[in-house]
Design a binder for this molecule. Structure first.
Ligand SMILES: Cc1cc2nc3c(=O)[nH]c(=O)nc-3n(C[C@H](O)[C@H](O)[C@H](O)COP(=O)(O)OP(=O)(O)OC[C@H]3O[C@@H](n4cnc5c(N)ncnc54)[C@H](O)[C@@H]3O)c2cc1C
Length: 490
């Protein structure tokens, strides 16, 4: 049998995590990325890493690099707060144990920092400026990836980790469609300074905050405070071990995250200009100002002082379910196979979970415990099951068809939702229950063994995507209303 060689397309969250895991296990792996350099394509928005995501990173990265990931995260969020647009508190939940527990905490990381951490130590296996065009599968069981510059590479398994617009998926599963979720968002960043801090409350500063307003409009606010200062040197007051890790981390030279407040403003596509994605950053800035004219003065100032150049539009999209396919020497991980709305904040975390599961199965192949196609089949069966639930639940919580976006009924829904949140906030036992269920959903204390081998034969490769009903998360207003209502009914 030929030694296993894995070709990964896409040096994003999932692809790089998989590359680390395979390399640590002694499996030959090479990553092809279309960006020209490691600095390209790096938007600095916040990604929330759940305990599930942290466990996958812990499993894949060399121990010191995992410690560097932890040390380079922004301050750990302690609260999830829901506010009205007039800055009145509806509900505040504890989100976890804070910095003390590296695996069970919610972590806030800047996307560009996470990418720099994940690129660390992979210089010899990541090839930049390689835009994948198509692949060919051969009768001898190998697969060849072709690139826009005319080059190619052949291996035993091709992994499409190339994101929402995946070319690997378009060739492999041409019937798999991505559709608009009926929502659009505008994201912006503003430096976190003593002046901007005054616009926030202490709970907003130490947490993740969702503002929900009439018309189905909402805003999410994250405060990102990093352990290094404006000059890039470790701040005084952070632990000496962290300071040392950061000082020696080569990725710091490529990272430009400084303390910032990141905000997103979203609404149903039908309630915002049809050409939103064509608007200039100045026009996006004006639009946010105009749609938030009745909001609290502090929020309005926050939007007003945001650097217009930092604004960008996002069309929120979601994968449509498809039946399970026959496994082969091509597979997919992350957004390439399950794009989801940000409703539950688990897109990156699910990509990391895929990377861990696929790596575990490929280690079984490498050790002669499992044939390659059985390993791929088992990975795809499990991945389809949990990712379908994540896609479906994320859409249910964040969709342009939610009644909250309608003119009249939307007001009634909003009023009911706010009442339910206030009740939960006032009753500690219900609040604790909600906190626990949210922490469980995001993987706190979850036993993450991937079930390699045991599950492979037990699962049918023709099973359909799992469509079980799921719980809702408080990570957006619509979900919160549902969670609040269902708990209040019990
Ligand atoms: C504003 C925003 C906030 C988010 N917040 C969260 C959050 O809090 N929590 C969370 O879990 N998720 C979050 N997400 C989602 C998360 O960012 C994605 O789900 C995650 O990055 C998917 O990882 P991936 O590896 O599948 O794809 P990506 O990280 O998108 O990586 C794909 C890579 O493939 C490369 N590529 C594409 N085409 C080719 C080609 N033809 N050839 C070679 N390379 C190619 C791309 O350049 C890219 O580097 C957020 C997303 C957005 C937009």
């Amino acid at each position: 049998m030929n030694p296993l060689k894995v070709i990964i397309i896409g040096a994003g969250t999932g692809g790089l995590c998989l590359a680390h895991g395979l390399r640590r296990a002694g499996i030959e792996v090479v990553v092809y990325e279309r960006d020209r350099t490691r600095r390209d394509g790096l938007q600095g928005y916040r990604v929330g890493i759940s305990p599930d995501g942290s466990r996958a990173l812990h499993d894949a990265l060399p121990p010191e690099l995992f410690d560097t990931f932890v040390a380079t995260c922004a301050r750990t969020p302690l609260f999830f707060t829901m506010l009205t647009e007039k800055k009145q508190e509806l509900l505040t939940l504890d989100v976890g144990p804070g910095d003390a527990d590296a695996l069970n905490s919610e972590r806030s990381v800047s996307r560009m920092t996470l990418r720099q951490v994940l690129l660390t130590g992979l210089d010899d296996i990541v090839r930049f400026d390689k835009a994948f065009t198509h692949y060919e599968q051969h009768e001898d069981g190998t697969v060849t990836a072709h690139f826009a510059d005319g080059s190619s590479d052949t291996g035993s398994l091709l992994v499409g980790a190339d994101g929402t617009n995946s070319r690997v998926r378009r060739q492999y599963l041409p019937h798999a469609k991505i559709k608009d979720a009926g929502l659009v968002a505008i994201a912006g960043k503003v430096p976190f300074t003593p002046q901007t801090e005054k616009l926030l409350t202490p709970t907003i500063v130490r947490g993740v905050t969702m503002v929900n307003a009439p018309g189905g409009f909402s805003s999410i606010i994250h405060v990102m405070v990093f352990p290094w200062d404006d000059g890039g040197a470790p701040k005084s007051g952070i632990g000496s071990t962290d300071a040392e890790l950061i000082e020696h981390w080569p990725g710091l030279a490529f990272d430009n995250s400084r303390d910032y407040i990141s905000w997103g403003f979203s609404g149903a596509a039908q309630n915002l200009p049809a050409d939103l994605t064509e608007l200039s950053s100045e026009q996006l800035h004006d639009l946010v100002q105009e749609r938030t004219r009745d909001w609290h003065e502090d929020f309005r100032t926050l939007f007003a002082v945001t650097d217009k150049r930092s604004l960008f539009p996002i069309t929120i999209r979601t994968s449509e379910p498809i039946p399970k396919w026959t496994p082969s020497t091509v597979t997919l991980i992350g957004d390439a196979v399950h794009t989801m709305t940000p409703g539950r904040g688990v897109g990156a975390n699910t990509a990391l979970r895929d990377a861990r599961l696929l790596k575990d199965n490929l280690v079984a192949v490498h050790q002669g415990r499992m044939p390659l196609l059985t390993a791929v089949d088992d990975y795809e069966t499990q991945m389809i099951e949990y990712s379908s639930e994540a896609v479906r639940a994320s859409l249910k919580q964040m969709s342009g068809s939610d009644p909250i976006h309608r003119p009249v009924i939307g007001r009634v829904v909003l009023a009911g939702m706010r009442l339910a949140m206030r009740i939960i906030n006032a009753v500690p036992s219900i609040k604790r229950k909600l906190e626990r269920s949210q922490q469980e959903f995001r993987g706190k204390d979850r036993d993450q063994s991937s079930g390699v081998c045991d599950s492979a034969n037990a699962r049918s490769s023709s099973s359909r995507q799992d469509m079980r009903p799921s719980r809702r998360s408080p990570m957006n207003p619509a979900s919160q209303s549902s969670s609040a209502r269902s708990i209040a009914r019990r």
